[in-house]
Design a binder for this molecule. Sequence first.
Ligand code: ZN
Length: 414
Amino acid sequence: MEQSLSAQLDKYADLLVHKGCALQPGQELVLQAPVERADFARKVVRAAYAAGAGHVTVIWADDEVMRMEYQNVPLDYFQHTQPWKKAQLDGLAEAGAAFLFLEGRDPQALLGIDPAKPAAAARARNTECLSFRNGMDFGRNVWCIAGAPVAKWAQQVFPGLPADEAVLKLWDAILKVSRADGADPEAEWDRHNATFESNKRLLNGYAFDHLRYKSSNGTDFTLGMNPGHIWEGGAGHTQEGRAFFPNIPTEEVFTSPDRMRADGIVHSALPLVHAGQVVRDFWLRFEAGAVVEFDAAEGREVLEHILKTDENAMRLGECALISKDTPIRQSGILFYDTLYDENASCHLALGTGFPECLAGGLDMNKDELIAHGLNQSSTHVDFMIGSDDLSVTGVTASGEEVPVFVDGRWAWGK
Ligand code: ZN
């Protein structure tokens, strides 16, 4: 590792521990990391103990081991979480741990694998490890997703380069788009968060009844907002009010729309990468909140699989606004990873919505959330609709029309 990169990665590790996880003295940190990036994982562990961590648990991930597992183990194994795994995740969550997920994956790791297996594993974890899942969803546990390159990922993003060179180049891109390439990334994130706060204040002040999306690519779409909907973005907050960053990077201001009021057609602006497979040039037509028709130039069956995950997977759980003037969009890089690619443009997500995006939502159970218009599903898949000329108009309950996005950026110039 080059000396200058190593020093910058120390700053990145500090950013993840201090800002991403807001780690408290004595607290447990759970770090999930690719074994191939053990060098950086050790930097994070060092930063965590320097910040006073009580203990750090590392859960190693490896694409090749995972692939062999899916190739050799039958589907029924994945339909339930193993009791020891559930005890680990739920036990750590109940003890108040912070969870840091360091993503670095071969985008093609699951190519040719029966998609039912990873889908079953994710569904089992989300429905059975309830302390773990609800701890993060309901603001009891701090969590942060950030990235670190592995060779196969880097070579997909930068084809034709030798592995070492591609990894260095991807580190460079990750630091840049994560706003962690400067002298003081933590101060940079304080400034970044102030912009989020002002955009959220404006949107929450308008309390729109619905949004109208229009673009020359054919998008013509109306999306209802729930009474009491809340725009979130930037820092998240635990129930005690501690600020942390669930995603590094993040550029989105987002809320959960009314699950029963989406009408019209949306066209994709960027490819959707899901479980290693790519869906390109697709559109979805909605009626009364549900997808009633869809097609894709490539990967239609992947889209169909997502929509059929469960009974609510064809409804929307999120709408997010992101200016085209952000480092990720300007990098022009397709990262083949949602953490980055979802921050490239305005997007929607099929599947589950966020309780924190509804007034009182954190105190509601799943049935109450659904009754208040907030979708609940075992999946959540983002797809990009933010074309360069996208306009979004907010319409208040009294019919006042407010430009929110004009030509792909905030109408009020942030
Ligand atoms: Zn999003």
